[in-house]
Write a protein that binds this ligand. Sequence first.
Ligand code: TXA
Ligand code: MG
Length: 369
Amino acid sequence: MSYQTQTEVVRVDALRPEPSIIDYAAGLLRAANIVAFPTETVYGLGADVFQPAALERIFVAKERPHSDPLIAHIADEASLELLTTAIPEQAKRLASVFWPGPLTLILPRGPRVPHLVTAGLETVAVRMPRHPVALALIRALGSPIAAPSANRFMHVSPTSAQHVLADLAGRIPLILDGGPCEVGVESTVLDLCAERPTILRPGGVSLEALRTVIADVQPPDPSLRYRKAADTANPAEDDPAAHHSPGQMLTHYTPAVPLLLYDGSAESMRSAMLAEARWRHLQRERVGVLLADEDVAAFQQSGAIVYSLGNSANPAQIASSLFKGLRTLEDARVQVILCRLFDDRGLGLAIRDRLLKAAGGQVIECGRQ
Ligand code: TXA
Ligand code: MG
């Protein structure tokens, strides 16, 4: 596929999607084309799960390696039968509580699922999104939709149609613009084929919430979540988990500019970031700062470009503005981004995970007092 496609952006009602627009998009999918559409987490780049020629277009448009498997999106539980050989009891319980919603389940792969979807694994990732546009599109197509996030490979996920356009203009025929995404981080990926149910990627459904349904859900492997600035030598390719779930490489969400990530008490992070911002400003560097509402006042005279993610006590707000904040600072052509960490309870675990990935797994420790 060449990159010479004209990209059309069509506004669609996020709550009551217009049937004519949905039918138009479904027609493209049926004709083995690809379409970007909103979900409650991030925008997806969809193809009919059973058309390998269409799936191939996803990998070309995103420049995504074939080793990275895709999530199949369904609109009803009956469609699970098309994708998997067995529906574990745990899957049924989780689905009844969290679907439709930001939870992806790893299940045994059914024989009809193309290898392009699963990257040759014996498992398949499935989720039922809750965004009305996504659900309407899957129903209109009459087939599950395979969809990764609609960004170029290694870039942060898109949470608006403008983000998709910035990454994929000229590479895809259609973007359905349903406005900003509500959750703002991707779905939680939960492996139900492991010995114990294990989170591979923290996301829109928290560990705590999952444990209310299945008590022994395991958190993500901590070696993937945390790496101090000192041990930089361990490249992501050597990550054992990278082979099991390739999207979990620490460098996955690299923003276009370097990100320095601060950890510690709110006061110590603020003063360390302020000192760094002032110093770099004196060196005539264009500095971007990602922080919380309560930090903003301290940076007024710093010379940095400041973006507040919201109230640090409100992780849902921080999550929903995180990727927009990173992209806004990139677009402001900053040379470096300084960012603070947040509490890792609830949605905070996903926020921490994305920030660590954007920082190549490194943190700057600055005291807890
Ligand atoms: O919220 C989301 O999950 C969004 C929206 C569009 O639904 N999608 C998304 O897709 O984030 P993507 O492709 O960017 O991330 C899918 C993740 C990757 O980390 C991939 O490695 C993992 O799911 N995954 C997919 N199939 C898998 C499998 N069979 N086993 C383990 N991990 C799998
Ligand atoms: Mg992605």
